[in-house]
Design a protein around this ligand. Structure first.
Ligand SMILES: [Zn+2]
Length: 497
């Protein structure tokens, strides 16, 4: 790989298709929901019946503008829809409504981290609104192709980057960053398995010394960051082989077969003129106002990257945790609301709280059906009281986890209250050290042989004895205190046992 990159510089551009988070389709009132039974979300408009007229979805425009503003684009206050004409069985209209010469957003940029803590700016050529096509299903029958038109007319934005990406790794980092911004701002749900976000990558190689740029190909429909990287790596190898064997690189469309980790040349790519673009006669030009732009700018406030930087400084939490906490806007809010409600506020508790949310809350969330933190049964109010109790040492971490599990299962508000749970289950830690001493002496009398071994230097017995003591106290003793007293009794007191 390095060899290739020394001689040839990959020149990569991405086209990112992302489904906008709207309830209805781009130009009709049909539902935009995933996974509906085939051909149930359709109407004359999205099926392209003669005479049916499209009406633009306002929410789609709002979300597309939001993406444009977040990606530092300039906005065309007047943009035009166009027809892209082509025949395909899953496109019953025979054309796709998109934007061509005058897209909604253009000339943006995004920064990605590169080696040595440096940042690289990648230009965003344009962002335009377009509609999706349907789906051809070949898997059900061996002799027939079935068509599902539910996706026809689903609103998408296509984000087109400038060809300023120079490695498959950079492409994946950029794609991840864009996904994070889109999901953070609720523009797109980011679900790559269901096709809400997919990437096309165009790639060519440039000779580093001769400065010669060779032919370009386009890899279509990649729906994971790994596939994007893998497919680009394979295509770089193929293009290198073609260059070195003096074959011409044709402007082809490439398909990536993830199962067999192979690429296949599909067809010669249509050139722009093949599509016979013309302005969509059924839609007037789209005009947006300065007030709307201002309103959207206001609603964005802090982007994930800025939030992450702030979390690092304000709460001094490790970068890995800040990274996870800023993947989703609602999780950010959950974290900050919990922090704000804590009675004990210091950097140690900020770190502990970040840990708790990453390890316990997000783990639970990933296993739950909804995966949406807004539906999570333990709200910041109750989590912060649980953590306050933990931080004051009234319960230990094991008990706190047990209380947290009970809180998740609890039916009503009262049962969710950690104070109530701890009292009703008698979970409070034994504060009285003499009580712990008595318990330890009792245990040591039962396990005299082990105690003697421990005293004569078999250190591994310690864990066994602490386990027995913790079991007898039902986890209500502080393990550190238990260890301290155990050592004192075994090595210092030595009497009565
Ligand atoms: Zn429809």
């Amino acid at each position: 790989m390095t060899g290739i990159q020394e001689k040839y510089l990959p020149v990569i551009g991405l086209e990112i298709h992302s489904q906008l988070n709207t309830n209805t389709k781009a130009f009709c009132g049909c539902s935009a929901k995933h996974n509906s039974p085939p051909n149930t979300n359709v109407c004359p408009v999205c099926l392209g019946s003669p005479g049916a007229l499209p009406v633009l979805n306002k929410k789609a425009v709002y979300l597309a503008l939001k993406a444009g503003i977040a990606l530092n684009c300039r906005i065309n206050y007047k943009s035009v829809f166009a027809r892209k004409n082509y025949f395909y069985p899953d496109l019953p209209k025979g054309y796709q409504i998109t934007q061509y010469e005058t897209p909604l957003c253009y000339d943006g940029s995004i920064e990605i981290p590169v080696q040595n803590n440096l940042k690289k700016r990648i230009g965003i050529e344009r962002i335009h609104i377009e509609e999706d096509a349907g789906k051809s299903i070949h898997e059900i029958s061996e002799t027939e192709t079935l068509l599902d038109f539910n996706r026809c007319g689903i609103p998408l934005i296509e984000i087109v980057t400038k060809p300023e990406i120079n490695s498959p790794e950079e492409a994946a980092v950029l794609a991840k960053k864009i996904r994070r911004i889109l999901t953070f701002l609720n523009i797109c749900d980011g679900n790559m398995e269901e096709g809400s976000l997919r990437f096309d990558a165009n790639i060519s190689l440039k000779h580093r010394d001769k400065k010669e740029q060779y032919g370009k190909t386009e890899i279509k429909n990649l729906n994971s960051f790994k596939y994007l990287k893998d497919a680009l790596n394979l295509e770089i190898q193929r293009q290198k082989y073609l260059i070195e064997s003096e074959n011409k690189i044709k402007h082809n469309t490439i398909n990536y077969d993830a199962t067999n980790k192979k690429i296949a040349v599909l067809r010669t790519k249509e050139e722009e003129e093949d599509y016979r673009y013309f302005p969509e006669p059924d839609l007037i030009p789209l005009t947006v106002t300065k007030e709307l732009i201002a309103e959207i700018k206001n609603s964005i406030q802090e982007l994930p990257e800025d939030k992450k930087e702030r979390f690092l400084i304000q709460y001094q939490i490790p970068e890995s945790k800040a990274d996870i906490l800023t993947r989703n806007k609602m999780i950010c809010e959950y974290f900050e609301n919990t922090i704000n409600l804590l009675k004990i506020k210091n950097t140690e508790q900020f770190k502990n709280t970040a840990n708790w949310i990453v390890r316990e809350v997000i783990r639970e969330l990933n296993e739950s059906i909804s995966k949406n933190i807004d539906d999570f049964p333990v709200k910041p109010k109750h989590l912060s009281s649980l953590l306050d109790i933990l931080y004051t040492g009234k319960i230990n971490i094991m008990t706190a986890k047990e209380v947290f599990r009970i809180m998740i299962q609890a039916k009503d508000e009262k049962e969710k209250d950690p104070e109530y749970i701890i009292k009703s289950h008698n979970f409070y830690q034994i504060q009285d050290e003499s009580e712990i001493e008595d318990i330890i002496i009792g245990i040591l009398k039962v396990y005299t042989e082990e105690t003697n071994k421990y005293r004569s230097g078999e250190h591994k017995i310690e864990g066994f004895l602490i386990g027995k003591i913790m079991k007898l106290t039902e986890g209500r003793a502080n393990p550190e205190t238990v260890k301290k007293i155990l050592k004192k009794i075994v090595f210092e007191v030595q009497s009565g046992i």
